[in-house]
Unconditional design. Sequence first.
Length: 368
Amino acid sequence: MSVKFGPEYVRALAPYQGGKPIAEVAREFNLEESAIIKLASNENPLGMPASARDAMQKAVAEIGRYPDSNGFDLKAAITRKHNVPSDWITLGNGSNDILELAAHAFVQPGQSVVFSEYAFLVYALATQAAGARAIVTPAQQYGHDLNAMAAAISDDTRLIYIANPNNPTGTFVPGAELEAFLQKVPAHIVVVLDEAYTDYIPAEVRYDAIAWVAKYPNLLVSRTLSKAYGLAGLRIGYAIAQAGVTDLLNRIRQPFNVNSLAQAAAVAALADTAFLRQSAQLNAEGYRQLTQAFETLGLSYLPSFGNFVMVKVGEDNEAGARVNLALLKKGIIVRPLANYGLPQWLRITIGLPEENAAFLDALRTVLK
Ligand SMILES: *Cc1c(COP(=O)(O)O)cnc(C)c1O
């Protein structure tokens, strides 16, 4: 009999599948890396801001030393941006780190966590890794049904995850509905509001969740520099919550979870409002480019508030995998969504105009 290590809930974990790296697709399909276009991981097609590159180059000289465990300079930059005290800030190795820390800090094995069908997959993984029970509520038009989520809360629920906008669906819940939800949630349950795509939300529907943190001691707003700020490879995100919640996250995080280059780059990027504006504008243009083409092709897509669009590429349950493979052979990497229970759909990250055009050309050929 073979020895079994670890608890059953760890053995049953299915590892997160990210977008295929360019180098891997080059090897598998015998393609030149330079000919490959990756629209699979919601990365910023502009890459990193020049301001962040400069800051990192300066910080390289000190790489022999440990990073500042408390992230003094970065917290000061976040304090300036959001007007919150530094004891409301937790830095994370990507906001993924924050999402995981929340599960470990607030939920015991056996207790429950509420999130929506089609919500970001990391919520299910973090829940399971903590030995907790997932309560998954049915989506409404592919988005979060906050009434269903409130109704699903049970006596042992300790955490709720909401992504707004959500990935991979791009769906968006208006601020007024979110705040009405917060008023309903019992005070002992922590609500993680994951705002990874907040910088792409059109101005007319923006809301200010960080202003709600003063009112709701159980609200944790998570942000990342991986998307609109173009720093995905550095792994840097942060949480804003009142001191009670923040204190627990800081107790269980690794002391040096955010490296010194990431801290330096993030300080520069957060101040780079021109880069942020450029990213959002490029994204809005690319969104029009992709969705107009989908309409011409007669393809269904979900209106998206993020830097990606979900498009339906067939009616059978192999459609997503089939079109994905055909696109890979042409050097175009997008994201199939069967692991989200969406096997007819692909998620396309909005790229540069010429990348979007190359993807659309390949898609037209593949669908013929
Ligand atoms: C991309 C993404 C994140 C963050 O990723 P990090 O790179 O770990 O900061 C968080 N939530 C959602 C919904 C995302 O799509």
